[in-house]
Design a protein. Sequence first.
Length: 696
Amino acid sequence: MSSYGAALPIITAAAEAFRPARRVPVADGAAETLRIVQPGGYTGYWSAKETPYMIEPMNMLASRKHEAVVFVGPARSGKTMGLLDAWVTYAVTCDPGDMLIVQMTQDKARDYSKTRIDRAIRHSPKMADLLSLRGQDDNTHDKLFRHGMWLKIGWPSASQLSSSDYRYVALTDYDRMPDNVDGEGSAYQLGLKRTTTFLSRGMCMVESSPGKPITDPNYRLETDHEAPPAGGILGIYNRGDRRQSYWPCVHCGEFFRVKPGLGLFASLPSENDLLKLVRSADLSALATEHAVVFCPHCGSGADSREKNRMLQGGHWLRDGQEISKSGLKSDGGIHSSIASYWLGGASAAYQSWNNLILRYLQALRSYSSAGDEESLRVTINTDQAMPYLPMAIREESQRGELADMAEDFPRYQVPENARFLIASADVQGGQNSRFVVQVHAFGPHMEQWLIDRYEIKDSGRPGVGGEMSPIDPASYPEDWDMLTEKVIKATYRTTQEGQELRVRLLVADSGGEDGVTENAKRWWRRLRREGLGDKARLYKGGSAAGAAILKRTRIGSESRKDVHQLLCNPNLLKDAVFNASRRATDGNSRLHFPTWLGAYFWDEMRAEIREPNGKYRKIRKRNEAIDLCAMIWAGALHLGADRINWDNPAQPWARPIEHNSERESSDERRARQPIQKQRPAPKPRGIGKSDWSGRL
């Protein structure tokens, strides 16, 4: 006898589709239904007690007057919990509608589904009761509920963001998504299009910390709430009503704007002054000293103990809107179909002011010592919720051409303050094969001077008519030995009479024509046999997204990877070079250029431009200068020059000249170098052997 399913559960499940929406604010609905279980942390229903600034943006997700909610905010602000997890829970339990959540990658979509959505369903009884009982309705990227709501968790692709209609669309970590999704337009344009069928009941939400660089270093803001021209989520924010948070002063009661960035900490010195302070200061003590917010009305300061009190009394105001001391808001300000919010890092509930400033100071120290501004960009983007203006672009807008900053110091001579030399060699192929060599002298704190630039065109192989054959690094392994003789064994005079300095490290390009890499490896192995292996490193650029500025690797054959190589991110290295070359004052990381360089050098330095994605694009044929500078910077980082205790260097090659391990007297150098026989003059064409012999 066949058994049949009971009708009552089926009818009960189907009845959910006819249940009317619960007309409650999104924040209230989430507080009743979203239960959080964090191992070793908070367990209980979601609450806005610690993040009161999230209540208004969350409730705006149910607005019939707006088509989109845009939220720009820092990390550790609770925006993911409030705008994604809570919104999903509200939609499922209070006002069902098909929903699409777009994460920045497919892997992130999977992680979000497993670690956030599945846990929310498992721990929230009302969510669990509404999930479809059929196994095929619950998988990683799709969830179907008993009332018919479909939740899809996807990633930015044309297939994910086209065709289907959704009442709700959420785009998270927007500035880490592609600017153009498969050639179809921005993720925001595509996501907003998916909700248009639902008219005023549809909603598109976009959230992210800023991630796009400022495109115009000479921008001027028209209003206080306007964001700099950076594109991405801040571009959408500017199209909205531009809401920012205002706090009441704990002393005078007047409201003041909690502007993004570190402007609230008015006692914090300027960035230029901080770059000098962070070299030797106790950063923790410095952060604590300046972690005080000042009221612009009465000038009084409030420390972190008052933060929660001001958070609880805060209000969001549209651009141009005003608020009285009693908390009464005016009706003025910008109106838009986009409700856009920008929360500064000082407001983040789960980030202390001390840590906010400390991360900034640590990043400044990293930039000051090594010219690496990646950590500075990250903390400004994610901790302060500010767009980043690269140092090279910032300083370029304030200074003239690099050639105008050239200084009058001699060629071939080590400056008085310098301690060691690093050289770089770029391989140029084709009909005019050559090594292009550049030498920099380094002093304390990575200050450096360009003291030599030349080309090696002749090999050590006999050629036609008594001349040496042109160098060919791709075809002749022995031609690489010219780098040993001309660069590694070279010395440069110092300001001390009779004392010279050897090159500490040569960084040689190992890419180019077929044969270059193999011949470079053979050359380095010969150096190692001569005991000079630590005097050279092969260089290879690899600008994959997120690549480290420098990684030490080994290359060789499949069975023997014995050749030392520096695998570097040329984009970050060039950022560091341009930052150093545009500094107007002596000291940390400044790169000094001499006046004896020709016009060719400055053309090569301008041969590449930095695009908004952080990559450099070549616009001129010859770019050796910037490549050579970048390789030398990589060599300095390899040697650990950014971490030297200059008062008492442990490295013998970083000590003053009189105690330096690379020092060599002029007499020692002459004794070391064999006497070169004078090369005979080339035989003129058209003269016979007897005639030529008679002329000698």
